[in-house]
Design a protein around this ligand. Structure first.
Ligand code: F6P
Length: 366
């Protein structure tokens, strides 16, 4: 049977282990041989025991586990061609020419580059006498399928990344806990949430927790945001609200792209509104804990689809990324999804904020 490897890469997210479980079991159920690459790209470069054959029971119980149980890493060696040559050699040694990768846009970009380079790597292995011509003959084409695992929900073309809803849930829970002190002392809290350059977590947490004000990178506040925010907070207080919750995305900035820090917001609330204010940075709590039911479902359905995509592929097929669009699991060209994601970042850089807001959710030509 075909040999299909699964790997997680980049920052961990809740549901990644469930995705690995789904890929392993769908691979076995399809009569193929399953491998897991441990510690991300580092495991591909190191080879040996880091590329482990998987059995049905090896992933038992993984659906409800946080993080990734096969490990992940940022790997310098894989960024250089010699590292990728070693990785290819390790894969051929095991007869693997299909790789399902669960990670963020950086990890998936690396994967597609690897695929494009693969035929050249095969030639080089033969030229250098590392592999015999007949060993590589059956593996002239590398099959890559992407699964998007990240708490940030920052990939264009999919409505949800594996992990984002668990993280949102954790953030809401944390803010609910903070409410006790906020309400008791009539305090203000400035809460910094993750998301890197993406404001999805901050925006959704703001809606879900009834925040007074939020700061996200895609839609920076007006030039007079300091007055605006203070006025909104004062108004809510005048209406009888005993607490103030301001959510700041870690990537927040003003319209001139100057970073907006939680401490800056705290000083305004203290000095200009006269509120007893604290800053809470939620940090990696947002990335941990058991995945939500949604992420378990998403990881399972997408993991199954990833294996089907591997089995459907021909040398002509573009590498797909498995997405969810309006509740349907769909395949899209990986390069397009990444290009679209990079485009949003570029829009923010050139201060096209209207474009960035639209671009996060925009559909693109299939
Ligand atoms: O991409 C996930 C994420 O948690 C981001 O929200 C955050 O900016 C980053 O990773 C933190 O990275 P690290 O865990 O390497 O500090």
């Amino acid at each position: 049977g075909k040999k299909i490897a699964v790997m997680t890469s980049g920052g961990d997210s809740p549901g990644m282990s469930g995705a690995v479980r789904a890929v392993v079991r769908q691979t076995l159920a399809s009569g193929c041989i399953s491998f897991a690459v441990y510690e991300g790209y580092q495991g591909l470069v190191d080879g040996g025991d880091m590329i482990k054959k998987m059995a049905w029971e090896d992933v038992r119980g993984w659906l409800s586990e946080g993080g990734t149980l096969i490990g992940t890493a940022r790997c310098k060696a894989f960024m250089e061609r010699p590292g990728r040559l070693t990785a290819a050699n390790n894969m051929i040694e095991k007869g693997i020419d299909a790789l399902v990768i669960c990670g963020g846009d950086g990890s998936l970009t690396g994967a597609d580059k690897f695929r494009a380079e693969w035929p050249g790597l095969m030639d080089e292995l033969v030229q250098k006498g590392l592999r015999k011509e007949e060993e590589v003959r059956a593996h002239r084409h590398l099959n890559i399928v992407g699964l998007v695992g990240s708490i940030d929900n920052d990939l264009s073309g999919t409505d949800a990344t594996i992990g984002c809803y668990s993280s949102l849930e954790r953030i809401c829970q944390a803010i609910d806990y903070i409410d006790a002190t906020a309400l008791s002392h009539q305090r203000a809290f400035v809460i910094e949430v993750m998301g890197r350059h993406c404001g999805w977590l901050a925006l959704m947490a703001g809606v879900s927790c009834g925040a007074d004000f939020i700061f996200i990178p895609e839609n920076p506040p007006s030039e007079n945001w300091e007055d605006d925010m203070c006025n909104v907070v004062k108004k809510h207080r005048e209406m009888g609200k005993r607490k103030t919750i301001i959510i700041v995305a870690e990537g927040a900035h003003d319209r001139q792209l100057n970073h907006i820090s939680p401490n800056q917001v705290k000083d305004l609330l203290s000095d200009r509104v006269g509120l007893d204010t604290r800053v809470t940075t939620l940090g990696h709590v947002q990335r941990g804990g058991p995945p939500s039911a949604y992420d378990r479902m998403l990881a399972t359905l997408q993991g199954v689809e990833a294996v089907k995509a591997v089995l459907d592929s021909t040398p002509e097929t573009e590498s797909p990324v498995i997405c969810i669009v309006e509740n349907k699991i769909v395949r899209k060209p990986l390069v397009d999804a990444i290009a679209k994601t990079k485009e949003v970042a570029a829009m923010i850089e050139r201060k096209d904020f209207a474009g960035a807001m639209k671009g996060r959710d925009a559909e693109f030509e299939e």
